[in-house]
Design a protein around this ligand. Structure first.
Ligand SMILES: Nc1ncnc2c1ncn2[C@@H]1O[C@H](COP(=O)(O)OP(=O)(O)O)[C@@H](O)[C@H]1O
Ligand SMILES: [Mg+2]
Length: 254
């Protein structure tokens, strides 16, 4: 049931003379097929946490197991392979390659696979269809809207059927209509493909699409909320209430 298990994660930056302790002992579990949000004030360590959980950055101490394997002890090459095969990423600023078409961008994660052209095309049709961007296939990122660019980026994250998708403020640059369109798609793909999603967001509306919200404060887990049988509206209200109790500057300026 547990897909990702992180134990006593610590992360510090700097050196012994000038050190910043950013993550101060975090335990997190993510179940297979679960969609979890991470919230917290600006500077509370959300991005740092996502980066170490997704193997973009290394922990200072602690273990992170995915499917039972502790990847914090893997060598760089193995870690890079693991990242390419098993993980998908969505960033706030889309991270699309401007010189590639929408289709080519989405197909990138398949480049490392032993796959026939037909198989790859099949994967593309399916995921582009789900995300409603099939007709944009031959356009370049500069020719599509922000919402379409982020759905392209989401298609790229899902195409190789990773175990987990990591998303850092995926709706941060979108208007509210494009944001909710994207979140509905993520929610839908999460439930049909059973791909787990871990999403950092400062937006209560965005996190109300997930199963569970983990709140960080000063590099530690402060509390969490599970949607359970709640309607999305009452879940949203609970998230807002928790943010209020958490205090501080909850709205990121990023
Ligand atoms: N590479 C780094 N070197 C030094 N300090 C860093 C680095 N990355 C992040 N920090 C510090 O860690 C803290 C948490 O940052 P971050 O994880 O980006 O927070 P959030 O995403 O919640 O806004 C901040 O005080 C930030 O300045
Ligand atoms: Mg951040």
């Amino acid at each position: 049931m547990t897909l990702l298990e992180a134990k006593n994660i610590k992360k510090s930056f700097g050196n012994k003379f000038n050190r910043t302790d950013v993550l101060k002992g975090i335990d997190i579990n993510l179940n297979r097929g679960e969609f979890v949000s991470i919230m917290g004030a600006s500077g509370s360590g959300k991005t740092t946490l996502l980066n170490v959980l997704s193997s973009i950055d290394r922990v200072t101490s602690g273990q992170i197991y995915i499917d039972g394997t502790d990847f914090t002890s893997l060598k760089d090459k193995k870690l890079a392979d693991f990242r390419k095969n098993d993980l998908g990423f969505i960033f706030q600023d889309y991270n699309l390659l401007d010189t590639l078409t929408v289709r080519e961008n989405i197909m990138l994660p398949l480049a490392i696979r032993n796959m026939t052209k037909n198989e790859a095309a099949g994967h593309f049709e399916k995921v582009a269809g789900e995300l409603g961007i099939s007709e944009l296939a031959n356009k370049y990122p500069g020719q599509v809207s922000g919402g379409q660019a982020q759905r392209t980026s989401a298609a790229r994250a899902f195409i190789h059927q990773p175990k987990i998708i990591f998303a850092d403020e995926p709706t941060g640059a979108l208007d509210s209509k494009s944001a909710s369109d994207l979140l509905k798609k993520l929610q839908q793909l999460n439930s049909t493909l059973e791909t787990s999603i871990l999403m950092v967001t400062h937006d209560a509306t965005a996190s109300s699409f997930s199963h569970r919200v983990i709140f960080l404060k000063d590099g530690q887990v402060y509390t969490s909320l599970t949607r359970g049988d709640m309607t999305q509206e009452s879940y949203y209200q609970e998230i807002l209430d928790t943010q209020r109790v958490l205090g501080g500057v909850v709205e990121d300026a990023e």
